[in-house]
Design a protein around this ligand. Sequence first.
Ligand code: FPP
Length: 241
Amino acid sequence: MIKKINFKNVPSHLAIIMDGNGRWAKKRNLDRIKGHIEGIKSLRAVTSTVMECGIKYLTVYAFSSENWQRPKAEVNSLMYLLEEYLNLELPTLIKNKIRLNFIGNIERLPESPKKTLLNVIDKTKEFNSLCLTLALSYGSREEITTAAIKMAKDIKSNKIKIEGIDENLFSSYLYSRDMPDPDFLIRTSGEKRISNFMLYQIAYAEIYFTKTLWPDFSRKELIRALKNYEKRVRRFGKSEV
Ligand code: FPP
């Protein structure tokens, strides 16, 4: 049984830019990959706390489209860790009824982790206690450009009409088509930027920056961030009442 933590309001969709694995490792004179291994432990702890809080959608930036430019050894290790994470996590996802999802251009992933990812997605597709989305080979500009290309093709083939295009229709062409926009975005490691992450979807998200490096981001840290969210007044551009 999952314990429950009660907040007056929690985000329905929490998105996280998990940053600082490399610096965490460097501070300890360790290989960067050790930082990513510790980062996966944080992801597990955060996923379980998210469930305790009743959050329905968790999206994490696991690998950006720009991350392909990292040294080959680091990219290979991250792909290996991704596959290992998916294999080890599957029983927990099933036990906790978590649906796994992805956003990003996964065609660029190597065959083996891609196959494992699609298998885990298939095995968890009926679950709905939490939707855990991995942003993999993800870049927001690429997502928006791809959506525009698909729409242009659909206009050309008379599937849709230009007059019918509105924000709802546009959103349905994005990778995130099946989920609500994030309400709360956390970025760890002290960097204060968005790094091409869900640019369209975070239009009205509350943002929280913490200096904590991702491998040190604990359950306690997440609860602190959620307490901060609880106090925010969201106006969505309207005036105060
Ligand atoms: C940023 O740290 C993090 C990433 C590049 C990816 C996040 C990856 C993980 C948490 C582990 C892998 C997760 C899965 C599911 C495989 P950084 O390397 O940019 O750190 P730095 O900015 O300190 O160098």
